[in-house]
Design a protein around this ligand. Sequence first.
Ligand code: PBG
Length: 335
Amino acid sequence: MLSTSYGSFPTTRLRRLRHHAKVRDLVRETVLHADRFVMPIFVKSGAGIKQPIASMPGLHQFSTDRLTEEIESLQQAGINKILLFGIPSEKDALGQVSYSKTGVVQSAMAVIKKISPDMLIIADLCFCEYTDHGHCGVLSHIDREGVARVHNDETLKLLAKQAVCLAEAGVDIVAPSGCMDGMVHTVRGALDQAGFCDLPILSYAMKYASSFYGPFREAAEGAPKAGDRATYQSDCANAREALRECALDVLEGADMLMVKPAHTYLDVIYRVKQAYPALPLAAYHVSGEYAMIKAAAANGWLDEKRAVLEVLTAIHRAGADFIITYYAKDVAGWL
Ligand code: PBG
């Protein structure tokens, strides 16, 4: 089969196209570009804060007054798309500050739009950073086995408020990440009703209950106080389930889909891309995937730059059209 369609040795020698760097450049199938990276940023309430995140070397939490230096350095590196996470000074059971005009992400957006009107701002829509219990929605109870029960439909009502509030504050894309059933439908309906029918939704369509979010929970101060997220995020053993998650989100009006984490779920990225070739697909190279490479590189066990470029190429090759990664700024400099 191979010999009839592609020829055979010795007529065909695949190494011919590997001898020279310029030929390799010419025939490379997957090419990374700074345009296809999104940098996550952690904004914290308060002033004068540039706090290093211990488990994510090289990254910081910033207060809004310290954002200028970070935004300018991103721009210089050629990164003009960011994903914002807010860390409020006060949390409550419902995460009400997430839909306040003076909330931390709302305030940060005003500052960023002033420093850099061209910066594309995506906001994560979720409650785990805003609730005192650390779950991604309204907690009905933690049962006797320690299992967290998050109220799906009560959460949706608040999610609608969060989406509209962020839209009014000038966000460019909203990204619901709480894994509530019907979240895309609810957010689309609320945005349309408020006059934001042109605001795109990037759905965290297939988000796994992953150990690789560990460092993020330090960075965003959003770890659950009790229980875990297994009752709302997906089981890492399931790949076919991604097709149901995506089918629903597409019907509900998702403009773009996402698979998260990325490096550990290349098969899922591939399946989703094959099933929905016409929908832009994002992959989130998460905090733990960043931290692993950092730790190995710090020990001299991996060449950081080569490892990162290889991993991000693999994610892109599997089918992701764009990648959310804490390495965005570094990679843009390397390319
Ligand atoms: C939830 C959210 C999480 C991440 C992004 N959005 C954490 C979680 O689900 O527990 C994780 C991202 C990362 O690990 O880099 N708002």
